[in-house]
Design a protein around this ligand. Sequence first.
Ligand SMILES: [Zn+2]
Length: 385
Amino acid sequence: MFHIATEAEIKAGRVTDVYFLRALEILRARGIHKRVVAEVAAKALPQEWEWAVLAGIEECLELLKGRPVECRGLKEGTVFHAGDPVLEIEGFYEDFAVLETAVLGFLCQASGVATAAAQCKKAAGEKPVMSFGARRMHPAIAPMVERSAYIGGCDGVAVVKSAEVIGIEPVGTMPHAVILLVGDTVEATKAFNEVISVRVPRISLIDTFHDEKFAALEVAEALGDDLYAVRLDTPASRRGNFLKLIEEIRWELDIRGFEDVKIYVSGNIDVKAIRELNGVVDAYGIGTSISDAPIVDFSMDIVHVDGKPIAKRGKKSGVKVVYRCPQCFKTQVLPRNDSAKDCDCGKTMEALTMSLIVGGVAANDFPRPQEIRTYVLAQLLACSS
Ligand SMILES: [Zn+2]
């Protein structure tokens, strides 16, 4: 057996910290039955991020629907800040207490991955960014990881199952294995060109045996116009000055008339690398820096009990609404009964908090991942890099 919980076990509250079960036992013994509002927010964001992209809300709603709760919050793909309540659950505590562990798990990891992808996409601009990092995570969560990467801004994902969940075609080039087994980079690239569907771009991996510059020229001459791109996955120990190496390949390709051959890079690519290389690289395969992104440290806290605002030390009580300026994207968190002030820029703030579950039923249809990604990319224009 794989070491995973099934969807049914998660929905049944089996993936719960035991102290919630003990809390319920105590409340039952004392006959305490109170209606509460619990709020999910992150006090701070990791690594001095100024903003983050919300993901995992849809899975939370899948988990919570059918229970006698009302949910409000931000929609999937919303850019949020530290302190913004992203989800509120209202109901009798015993009706959702055992789901807290799973709710936080859905939001913390998916939002971290979506944010890391958004940062990479923002750094890369028009240059495509592909998610290649599923292999760094447990395979059971590959679709979640790559969907989060995609809605955060990745242009494509490598894993077949992930692409199926998103509703796109998976993307990829060729592994070193095929070149080692064929025995030669040019022969392996020719074989790819002969065997693989013409719908798949011909992207030759040029760092297996020899110098990348000469391998790039050899495959370009062998394939001519059929060659779409070369990919460098050069190990860090052989990179030297990676930017100079890529600039040299670009020069040598151009001077021989191969200006249309694009240059892809992968392996240890992060935001810093993208910023360094973006003038000369045409696309990125990004692994660990997206799939193993820091998690967003969300917590769930009770802020309202039996109609009265109450919260623990260090936490603002009461039911809240997040407002955002449609122009400069500043946010403001206000008590539900207050109305928003105009932004400093003069625009009227708009409420971002919306109904998500009403009477146990999802209040809105879930948009397609493509639409969520478009929403994220539009917001990124207003975000600091
Ligand atoms: Zn404004």
